[in-house]
Design a protein around this ligand. Structure first.
Ligand SMILES: [Cu+2]
Length: 207
């Protein structure tokens, strides 16, 4: 009797240790922009507007990638997700690498504070340009399952290894903001991972 009641408690504690923190990638912003996460947590970025990216930056070199940066690539499909594991409690700055976006304040900080972010934002506004990491990586690309209208089963093991496909972040920032989220599959895709999932979904529908 004594020992059996202990085990469920241990299991609960283990489950509570790691959590997922959701961050929206919007039209020129991250929300929240001050992100709190513990070591071992997963941050899931979710694109609610397309034509943006997220990369790890450096506090002292605004709008430039950290040496070990994670990078989503420029995302062109709504509800794309990019999941990264948090391995530090030090302030980690993030920015959108699409030209001009960091400069107008599309930045954020993980485990930092409002003051630090304000300073980063102010420096970014004066910076001459942005640089992207060379390669997509440091996280897993996938698709959010909740608002998927295709009916495709949300396969959870989305081990999307985004290899290569460096986004030549061109002049796609002025894309007409299509407000109809009904036909995600019709959007032209750049990310290889998303191409796979959506293509698979469409193929399943046609069978
Ligand atoms: Cu952006």
């Amino acid at each position: 009797m004594r020992s059996t009641s202990v085990l469920p408690v241990i299991a609960l504690v283990a489950n509570a240790a790691a959590k997922t923190v959701n961050v929206d990638v919007g039209q020129g912003f991250f929300s929240p922009s001050v992100i709190k996460a513990d070591k071992g947590d997963t941050i899931e970025f979710r694109w609610i507007a397309v034509g943006h990216s997220v990369a790890t930056g450096l506090k002292d070199k605004v709008c430039q990638p950290a040496p070990d940066a994670f990078f989503s690539g420029e995302v062109s499909t709504l509800n794309t997700t990019f999941s990264v594991m948090v391995d530090s409690t030090d302030p980690t700055y993030i920015y959108c690498t699409v030209p001009g976006h960091c400069q107008v304040g599309m930045v954020g900080v993980i485990n930092g504070d409002e003051d630090g972010l304000s300073a980063y934002k102010a420096a970014a506004a004066k910076s001459s340009g942005s640089t992207s990491p060379d390669n997509v990586g440091g996280g897993s690309l996938g698709m959010a399952s909740s608002s998927s209208t295709t009916g495709a089963a949300p396969s959870t093991s989305s081990s999307a290894t985004a290899t290569g496909s460096k986004t030549s972040a061109g002049s796609t920032a002025s894309s007409s903001s299509s407000s109809a989220p009904t036909s995600n599959a019709a959007v032209s895709l750049k990310g290889s991972a998303c191409t796979f999932f959506v293509t698979a979904g469409v193929a399943a529908m046609m069978l």
